[in-house]
Write a protein that binds this ligand. Structure first.
Ligand code: 13P
Ligand code: SF4
Length: 300
């Protein structure tokens, strides 16, 4: 029996659905029931009917699914797949900012640990951050953990005061403006599409800035035929499926997230068969972390 057949058999036996982020390996995306960006997948996880949710992504994604669907069994094919940025904020600094600004909203990128979420007022993803920050009544915004996404949102919402945090995504930080310019020189007709986790000098070169699903939608709807992709190259799978005639160029050779790449078909099959890689959370943390996530789903 092939690994794909094994996955399909165990998926049925376990009453499971498979969710996969656009950054995981193509072969894993191909066996998933739902593939999308962080916001889309969190909405699917929140209303899933199946008893088991197998999440192909990094730790904060499985945690968010468990927070929103506590009665479900949430499995992750590799529990070591973790987003380093999810840990890059300090609770002491959050307390300090709350003391300093009475009218403060702690806005927490979903790429964060469950514990960080418990200290936050609302979660956001790259596809809803602008809408949610604009909708908040607060004047002062402490944006954690990603500085680049925070700065991008701040540039679009000049009427609010932002405090930034020094977290970053090493994959997007590794996309350099000089390499984007060189790629554009080689392909002058290509449109530059970047994720807001990129640094501001890269964002300033872009024709479009948005989440992974935003990038895919933009390229699909655009009349242009060539695109320079400033995000993790897992998006190519969906981009090429939706746009077989268009051409996509990477900026460098390291546009792959090593944590997302830990997820393999074999690990998916093993997790379903053995019911391994369960996401378990302390109930107090889960309940407190649910509030900012639910607020995101309401406002987003
Ligand atoms: P989106 O899914 O919101 O595009 O975010 C990208 C990301 O870094 C997920 O880890
Ligand atoms: Fe984290 Fe960056 Fe990997 Fe996304 S691409 S999971 S932000 S390290």
């Amino acid at each position: 029996m092939s690994t794909i057949e094994k996955i399909s058999e165990w998926k049925q036996k376990r009453d499971a659905i498979i969710l996969a982020h656009y950054y995981v390996d193509d072969k894993v995306q191909a066996v998933a029931d739902y593939v999308g960006d962080s916001f889309y997948l969190s909405k699917i996880a929140a209303k899933a009917k199946a008893q088991v949710i197998l999440f192909c992504g990094v730790s904060f994604m499985g945690e968010s699914a468990k927070i929103l669907s506590p009665e479900k069994t949430v499995l992750m094919p590799d529990r070591l797949a973790d987003c380093p940025m999810a840990h890059m904020a300090d609770i002491g600094k959050i307390r300090e900012m709350r003391d300093k600004y009475e009218d403060l909203a702690v806005v927490c990128y979903i790429n964060s640990t469950a514990l960080l979420k418990t200290y936050s007022d609302v979660c956001v993803t790259s596809s809803n951050a602008l809408k949610i920050v604009k909708a908040l009544p607060n004047q002062h915004i402490f944006f954690i953990p990603d500085e680049n996404l925070g700065r991008y949102v701040a540039s679009q919402v000049p009427e609010k005061h932002f405090i930034f945090n020094e977290g970053f995504c090493h994959v997007h930080k590794g996309i350099l403006a000089e390499n984007v310019k060189k790629t554009k020189e080689a392909h002058p007709d290509a449109q530059i599409l970047v994720h807001p986790e990129c640094t501001s000098d890269v964002v300033s070169l872009a024709d479009y800035v948005g989440s992974t699903s935003g990038i895919i939608a933009f390229a699909t709807e655009s009349g242009a035929e060539e695109f320079i992709i400033g995000t993790e190259m897992g998006v190519l799978y969906e981009l090429r499926q939706k746009n077989p005639g268009k051409r996509f160029y990477s900026v460098g050779h390291s546009q792959y997230c090593p944590d997302m790449r830990r997820i393999t078909l074999e690990k998916v099959a093993d997790a379903l068969e053995q019911m391994s890689g369960r996401v378990e959370l302390d109930e107090d943390i889960r309940r407190k972390a649910m509030k900012p996530l639910e607020r995101m789903l309401e406002l987003g």
